[in-house]
Design a protein around this ligand. Structure first.
Ligand code: AMP
Ligand code: MN
Ligand code: MN
Ligand code: MN
Length: 292
């Protein structure tokens, strides 16, 4: 059993990266990927846990994109966390996020919530400050009753305190990922669109944009969704990927590896993913030999 989607407290999870590695080992997982939102900052800690655990630890991340007027999440698996190009792109996104955060503070202050950026930053363990941390700060100062209340009244999409900042397309995300040696996978399609959405044509389009597979197994799918997306992956020759999207205490009752109890991502998915990895220049056969 493997799990290729989870979060640490470097984004909106509640566990340290090395705790995740230990939990995976205890659960008997063959492999675990850490896929924090928009940051590589948890990966050094995660990968450093490798010699101490039997589970194979895979570096990853989760990027939010715009596609057909929806927000889609793209996982980059097997990315090189030291890749200079990817690090610069993520750094640039973080700077745009910071400008957006300043504007959200202004919006909230104009709504008579005298919140400061310092308060919000204190909720974030890494330099990446997201709406997850705004929600915690709003709850802490009593401006919202709960995380859900904070999103519903102030900072959810379209709410008065929300300022959007993303404009990444799936094609760009796929390019970022493949240039960093990774494979691009659409996260939780069953959770990213209304129930009646017909995925087949959209998925063909995403495949043409460089997306190699999608989550056919997911911590919060029922059996019908799992079957639908497994069949679709086979039909379109895409990788039926999967993971729990474990967030620690942020998603109550959801566990690493098994999700809500019925998740079981087959080990074979790993080999299917590795077969789609981009060839990096030094691995192209014939380089340096056989040519004169
Ligand atoms: P940001 O990247 O700053 O736009 O914030 C994204 C974070 O906000 C992610 O952790 C999401 O899980 C969380 N988020 C976005 N919308 C909602 C919502 N309606 N309810 C709860 N969390 C949300
Ligand atoms: Mn999340
Ligand atoms: Mn997601
Ligand atoms: Mn996720």
């Amino acid at each position: 059993m493997i799990d290729l989607h989870c979060h640490s407290l470097f984004s909106d999870g509640t566990d340290d990266p090395e705790i995740l590695a230990r939990l995976a080992d205890e659960a008997g997982l063959t492999a675990l990927a850490l896929t924090d939102h928009d940051t590589l900052d948890g990966l050094p800690q995660f990968l450093a846990a490798q010699p101490a655990v039997r589970t194979r630890l895979i570096p990853g991340m989760e990027l939010s994109c715009r596609f057909m007027n929806m927000e889609l999440h793209i996982l980059g698996l097997f990315i090189d966390p030291t890749d200079a190009g990817l690090r610069e792109r993520i750094e640039d996104m973080r700077r745009r996020r910071e400008e957006r955060n300043d504007r959200m503070i202004e919006r909230l202050r104009s709504l008579d919530i005298p919140i400061t950026l310092k308060e919000v930053r204190e909720m974030a363990p890494s330099r990446t400050v997201s709406r997850a941390h705004f929600a915690k700060a709003l709850v802490k100062r009593g401006a919202a009753g709960s995380r859900q209340d904070a999103f519903m009244r102030y900072i959810g999409d379209g709410c008065p305190g929300h300022v959007p900042f993303r404009n990444l397309s799936p094609a760009e995300a796929a390019q970022w990922i493949s240039e960093a040696g990774g494979v691009a996978i659409l996260a939780h399609p069953g959770r990213s669109a209304v129930r009646s959405f017909r995925w087949e044509d959209a998925m063909r389009d995403l495949k043409a944009q460089g997306i190699a597979g999608f989550e056919a197994y997911y911590g919060e799918y029922g059996p019908t969704e799992q079957r639908y997306f497994c069949d679709l992956a086979e039909k379109l020759d895409m990788v039926p990927c999967g993971g729990s999207d474990y967030h620690g205490g942020t998603k109550e009752g959801l566990r690493l590896g098994v999700g809500r109890g019925n998740l079981n991502v087959p080990d074979a998915v790993l080999a299917a993913l590795e077969a789609r990895l981009p060839r990096r220049i030094q691995e192209i056969p014939g380089q340096g030999s056989g040519r004169s």
